[in-house]
Design a protein around this ligand. Structure first.
Ligand code: FAD
Length: 511
């Protein structure tokens, strides 16, 4: 069999997406004979400049790149993340955590939460959070990596992500990508050339008149979507109907003490506010719906609720929730904001870049650009966006809040079909179903369904195979094991210090 291999990949854009693509592609394909990988970016245009919280899958990407985790944490001023604390989402004064990892211990082949639901029906007063090591340790400011040598201990199941400075992450990846042979060009793309007959992109022209040709283009140009959106005219599917937040204002502030390894999301009258503690500062942002709140009001809410001194002027951002109708068209694939954006409520944007790269490596094309390959890529990409969208919409839909027009809109919106089904399943039987290989697991769905006040309509009948007294005894024992395990863990600060990941104290911006 003979085929025409790709000779030159051109990545347009050097934000997180561009440098992740450059590092990932060069790591796996860099030694392919005759293959060149180039990246073009414009310092004058800059990057979006936010994007600090991640989900556990990022460890797989870092492993692919053979990144030393301790070095990475230090270099990106990162902290660890065990989950997201949602404050005031269900009702004002209420909070719960969406943890990484699992709850309790499955028994008799039945998920733990069915045993817990049964215990609740018998009068137990525990909360689901009490059975997650991530929640209990996270709230106590504790962290350690999983201890795989004792599979019976909850320590073996710790799952974690990072909160980092995305600008430093891009720089960190740039060093690796350049060492792996990626050639960077500084310059602003002013024109995109296309083949007269096929419409394929043949090259780009920079402001200084120089031209860069390629066989395959990776559009990482951010919201502009220079190649996929502008040059190839691929449309955008707008999901504002379900995800009404379309603005954000972001500002870093100084640290005020030691921080929990948790991202915090606090619901506000027309959206929500993030708080992401890093080693050198705290990232903050207010995501809101412009139909329900003015920019000035949103900025005032953010600035009035910082827990440290602001370190910059507030940075205003506009976006639309949704995605390009095709992530890959002809010889252009878009990664990052050029391909779509789902608001940062569950920290999924960097993950979408990573999974796009993984899919691209699996379906790496030849110069034939077979439509079966492209169609498969697009179908997987669209499914991933839809799955995440449904999970995000759950947070808005499942609320008791009726204190603003925004929350009334969200509470009353007609959810997408997939979410309707999941809500019905939990309401009728206490069951949580993970579709195909969707990103968010049963633990994630359960945490938000239960956390946001959806009442489980029952529990799995097999939970009755344990008699009532035995059920209460085992559930209480598991709660005790989780809390005593958390007690024995080091604090995050101790863990960072012990692993050589703590930053130079001079970099800490304290108020
Ligand atoms: P950008 O950072 O915008 O980079 C675009 C690149 O293209 C830049 O290098 C720019 O110079 C270049 N470029 C553009 N036009 C040209 C041109 N004409 N010529 C040459 N170069 C050009 N993600 C998370 O995972 N977690 C979070 O907590 C999170 N929070 C977010 C909060 C907000 C409010 C927003 C908007 C996003 C957030 N994200 C988050 C998303 C995250 O910031 C981005 O997904 C990620 O940084 C990737 O951005 P990007 O590289 O696609 O785009």
């Amino acid at each position: 069999m003979s085929y025409e291999p790709i000779r030159k990949i051109v990545i347009v854009g050097g934000g997180t997406a561009g440098w992740m693509a450059a590092a990932g592609l060069s790591k796996v394909m860099g030694d392919y004979p005759g293959l060149e990988i180039g990246l073009v970016e414009s310092e004058a245009i800059g990057t979006v400049g936010v994007g600090e919280a991640t989900i556990p899958q990022i460890t797989a990407f870092n492993n692919l790149l053979q990144i030393d985790e301790n070095e990475f944490v230090r270099e990106t001023c990162a902290t660890y993340k065990l989950g997201i604390e949602f404050v005031d989402w269900t009702r004002i004064g209420h909070s719960y955590v969406h943890p990484f990892g699992s709850y309790g211990l499955d028994m008799l082949g039945v998920e733990f939460h069915h045993h817990w639901l049964k215990a609740k029906s018998l009068g137990a007063d525990s909360e689901l959070d009490d059975f997650s090591l991530a929640v209990v340790a996270g709230k106590a400011g504790k962290f350690m990596r999983p201890q795989r040598d004792n599979p019976r201990s909850p320590l073996s199941k710790i799952s974690y992500a990072f909160q980092f400075d995305a600008g430093l992450y891009a720089k960190f990846l740039r060093r690796r990508a350049e060492a792996q042979g990626v050639k960077r060009t500084e310059g602003k793309v002013v024109e995109v050339s296309r083949h007269a007959e096929t419409g394929f992109v043949t090259g780009i022209t920079l402001e200084d008149g120089s031209q860069i040709e390629g066989d395959f283009f990776v559009d990482c140009s951010g919201f502009r979507s220079l190649l996929l959106g502008q040059a190839l005219g691929v449309g955008f599917e707008d999901w504002t109907e379900w995800l009404p937040c379309d603005r954000a204002v972001a500002v870093p502030c100084t640290l005020t003490g030691e921080n929990e390894p948790l991202t915090r999301s606090t619901a506000r009258p027309a959206g929500w506010q993030w708080r992401i503690p890093l080693q050198h500062r705290v990232g903050n942002g207010h995501v809101y719906s412009s139909a329900h709140m003015s920019d000035d009001e949103a900025t005032a809410i953010l600035m009035d609720s910082l827990d440290g001194e602001p370190l910059a002027e507030p940075n205003q951002l506009r976006f639309t929730g949704g995605h390009r109708t095709k992530a890959w068209e002809k010889n252009v694939v878009a990664l990052g904001l050029a391909g779509g954006f789902l608001e940062p409520l569950e920290s999924t944007a960097i993950h979408l870049v990573q999974s796009g790269i993984a899919r691209l490596l699996t379906l790496f094309p030849t110069r034939e650009f077979a439509s079966a390959t492209i169609d498969r890529y697009n179908a997987e990409s669209e499914r991933e966006y839809r799955d995440i969208r449904d999970f995000l919409v759950l947070h808005y839909k499942a609320t008791e809040r009726d204190d603003s027009e925004f929350w009334n809109y969200c509470r009353e919106l007609e959810p997408p079909a997939g979410l309707t089904e999941k809500l019905a399943m939990y309401r009728t039987s206490g069951r949580v179903f993970r579709e195909h290989n969707e990103l968010f697991t049963e633990t994630s769905w359960l945490s938000v369904l239960q956390g946001q006040g959806i009442t489980a309509g029952g529990y799995h009948p097999a939970a009755d195979l344990l008699d009532d007294a035995e059920n209460l005894k085992r559930v209480a024992h598991i709660q005790h094991v989780v809390s005593s395990t958390a007690e024995g863990m080091p604090t995050q600060a101790e863990f960072l210090q012990a692993n050589g990941s703590a930053i130079d104290p001079a970099l800490r911006r304290l108020s």
